[in-house]
Write a new protein. Structure first.
Lengths: 309, 191
């Protein structure tokens, strides 16, 4: 394994496969048990360092660490010394002095986890940094796809929506192409990043023409909080052209699935009856998130300073 | 499962075959009979193999018991990797499958099955894993090979073959389910 998990592109295909297989092992180890806890990381400390709002990722990491018997310290920027003006570096040095074995960090600035690696001895796990990456989300998405479809290699995955601001999209593009999937990005031109032509993906502005050739469709949330100015005329127009409703879902091949990293805005990028349909694996994604994060923590924290065989 | 590797460097002595395929077959027959005898018919008994090679051994034992007594006893797999005491020293490793029969272990006699009994640490981990699953009425241990050098107060109830070894030697158990051939071999050690 690797000392830190900052980007999905840190993982080669063998390592990423090991993470997914380990997550599968965690699932089988956790089923039918009286004690829903494993002693593996007893005595290890995992710090959740959240400078940005999050429910599912923070809770998911916390649950994962606790199921492996690690001690969890949760630190959120609100109500901490950060609101008094403490810098990231000083926060990091404080954690270092407390002896954190792993720091799970979410920050609104891209690259913040990378900076932390220079100040901490423990492993740094990126839980989302600005518009850069969210590697464990990509891992849980890959796990969910593999669970449903049986493979990743050669699958056609379409990622729809606010690619510009989406760390989920960046991490997924990196990881899914590592696994040999064919990724297509669909978004209005204003919501695609500059330089997307250099990514190993196809790009389309027309959702209806892509859906019939899609095995997995991944809807992204429109990130209003990161938008300074307007990227499209109105929410209604966005929804009409890029939202997934029941009618559009009908154009998908019969076996294909619908994903969303959450939090979703029902009625905006995804219709409520699509999110609750048989094809939706959104709830599975949440369940699998805990398993994948258990796998990552196990692989990174076993052994001396997170080195793996 | 500790000694499955058979890629030893520096062949000091040639590999010695300890058990042939027919020997292994007879040993499994005997252990199946011993389990039936000692448990008075193997009622309320569950066989749990420790991955990797304990799992096919448990399956074979269950098949023999079915042949001898017409009794289908539940059998499965119990991975102990997450309970090992050397994860900190030796690092993470890939997990094996865990597949506990739907009957569970509560109130049942559990026979743990492994290929090689050596330090006893794997069995220690298996006992802890087992007690997180539930509360068995009794736990027994069946191994194909006991090679000695125990580091914990653990002994097997059913032993296929006792092999006195030096710590520098390696016991390799090969089973057709995983290795395409049945054999127990001893390699390495001083001349």
């Amino acid at each position: 394994m690797i000392p830190h998990l900052l980007s999905a592109s840190d993982l080669d295909r063998d390592t990423a496969t090991l993470v997914l297989d380990t997550a599968h092992g965690m699932a089988s180890a956790m089923t039918g048990r009286e004690v829903r806890k494993l002693p593996t990381l007893r005595g290890r400390t995992v710090v959740n360092l959240f400078f940005e709002d999050s429910t599912r990722t923070r809770v998911s990491f916390e649950a994962a660490a606790k199921r492996l018997s690690a001690d969890v310290v949760t630190f959120s920027a609100k109500g901490s010394s950060v609101s008094k003006g403490e810098s990231l570096k000083d926060t990091a040095l404080t954690l270092q002095a407390m002896g954190a074995d792993a720091v799970v960090v979410r920050h609104s600035a891209s690259g913040a986890p990378h900076r932390l690696t220079g100040w901490l001895n423990g492993s740094v796990i990126n839980a989302g940094d600005g518009t850069h990456e969210h590697p464990t989300q990509a891992l849980l998405d890959a796990y969910t796809i593999r669970q449903r479809m049986g493979r990743l290699d050669g699958l056609r995955v379409t990622i729809v929506g606010d690619v510009l601001h989406s760390r989920v999209a960046r991490s997924n593009v990196a990881l899914l192409t590592t696994f040999g999937a064919e990724v297509t990005l669909v978004a209005p031109p204003t919501l695609l990043p500059v330089g997307v032509s250099a990514w190993p993906v196809k790009v389309s502005y027309d959702l209806d023409s892509v859906l019939p050739h899609t095995d997995v469709v991944m809807m992204l949330r429109v990130q209003r909080e990161r938008m300074g100015d307007s990227f499209f005329p109105s929410a209604r127009e966005y929804s009409r052209r890029y939202g997934l409703d029941v009618n559009r879902m009908g154009h998908l091949p019969s076996e294909s699935i619908v994903m969303h990293p959450g939090p979703m805005i029902r009625g905006m990028e995804i219709a409520a009856d699509v999110a609750d349909s048989e094809r939706s694996v959104i709830v599975d994604q949440v369940t699998n998130g805990v398993l994948v994060r258990m796998a990552v923590l196990y692989l990174m924290l076993s052994g001396e300073k997170g080195t793996m065989v | 499962m500790a000694d499955a590797a058979h890629d030893q460097v520096g062949e000091v002595r040639p590999d010695r075959q300890i058990l042939s395929p027919s020997d292994i077959s007879r040993v499994i027959d005997r252990i199946a009979h011993q389990i039936l005898e000692k448990t008075r018919g193997a009622t309320d008994t569950v066989l749990l193999g420790i991955p990797t090679r304990g799992v096919p051994l448990a399956t074979r034992l269950a098949e023999r018991i079915a042949t001898f007594e017409g009794l289908n006893i539940p059998h499965g797999a119990l991975d102990v990797t997450l309970y090992r005491d050397d994860l900190r020293i030796r690092g993470a490793r890939a997990l094996g499958p865990t597949d506990v029969p739907v009957t569970g272990v509560d109130g049942r006699r559990v026979v743990l099955v492994d290929d090689v009994l050596y330090s006893g640490r794997t069995v220690r981990a298996a006992l802890n894993a087992l007690y997180d699953l539930g509360r068995p009425s009794q736990v027994q241990l069946a191994v194909l090979v006991d090679r000695g050098h125990r580091q914990l107060p653990i002994r097997a109830d059913y032993v296929g073959k006792n092999i006195p070894t030096a710590a520098s030697e390696t016991v390799s158990v090969l089973l057709s389910e995983h290795d395409g051939v049945d054999a127990v071999r001893l390699s390495g050690g001083a001349t």
